[in-house]
Design a protein around this ligand. Sequence first.
Ligand code: E4P
Length: 217
Amino acid sequence: MKFFIDTANLDQIKEAQDMGILDGVTTNPSLMAKEGITGKDNILKHYLDICEAVEGDVSAEVIAVDFEGMVKEGEELAALHPQIVVKVPMIREGVKAIRYFSSKNIKTNCTLVFSSGQALLAAKAGATYVSPFIGRLDDIGFDGMELIEEIRLIYDNYAFETEILAASVRHTRHLIACAQLGADVMTGPLSAISGLLNHPLTDKGLAQFLADHKKGN
Ligand code: E4P
């Protein structure tokens, strides 16, 4: 399973990279705005900074919602750095754009996916990644994990190569459930990844080992 961090914050990206387990980064317009990154030049420069801080794929989202606009923006983003993956929303024009990018060997991440039918369309169009938003489904009383399970079944039935990128992961239990269900990738906050480290028996056991070592020396 690949671990992506879902942030545009360079310090957090560097911290995750430093752990040695990071496989990539996802961003979205809200995350870029949260870091105060505005204006085209600053946004492109920030994507470059992220690519330099991490080894692996970096999703950069198009703002246009028409086919021509998405193609123009996506080609510009893809030309920026080989690690860039063009993030495209799951709308009719987005599906067309994903098909176009796929024919040009430009990697894509189909975002804002909330149903298995949408995920099927993304795979048919040749998306590199599909991003089902599990946390946002949970927020409105649906079961995000059921969606991961459905997509896994459909993709396996037809051997689709599109990778399931479980997005909107909010905490460590989400991450573990995604791993159990066979999501190829997860993206979430650093806290969801760091939470995997924690177990009271590890802390207790280590304290005991160190104390016993001290006694014997
Ligand atoms: C995915 O690519 C999105 O950026 C993200 O996971 C959305 O998460 P949120 O629902 O916590 O905003």
